[in-house]
Design a protein around this ligand. Structure first.
Ligand code: SF4
Length: 88
């Protein structure tokens, strides 16, 4: 699992390069230097962090078994509003 600020529940996206940490209120980069998360990292609600998501391919497309009918899902898809999200 990635531990970048971008993948943290406390990350607030500002634009395509940076965001803000809701805890420290610091501006943090999406990738590159300084993009690694801190010890307070909490995985964001994304399909890739859900117990119902499995077998992602090299494009991040995997299988969702959280609903009656099995379907495909993107690993990076935001799951904040998914009623069947289950943190791993
Ligand atoms: S990893 Fe730490 S600094 Fe980065 S967004 Fe999360 S809590 Fe804030």
């Amino acid at each position: 699992m990635s531990m970048r600020h971008y993948d943290c529940k406390n990350y607030i996206n500002l634009d395509c390069e940076k965001g803000m940490c809701a805890i420290s209120k610091l501006i943090v980069p999406i990738d590159g230097k300084g993009s690694e998360g801190c010890p307070a990292f909490v995985p964001a609600e994304k399909c890739e962090n859900c117990a119902n998501f499995s077998n992602p391919d090299s494009y991040g497309i995997g299988t969702c078994t959280g609903f009656d009918v099995e379907n495909w899902a993107f690993a990076s898809c935001g799951a904040l509003t998914c009623e069947n999200y289950k943190a791993r």
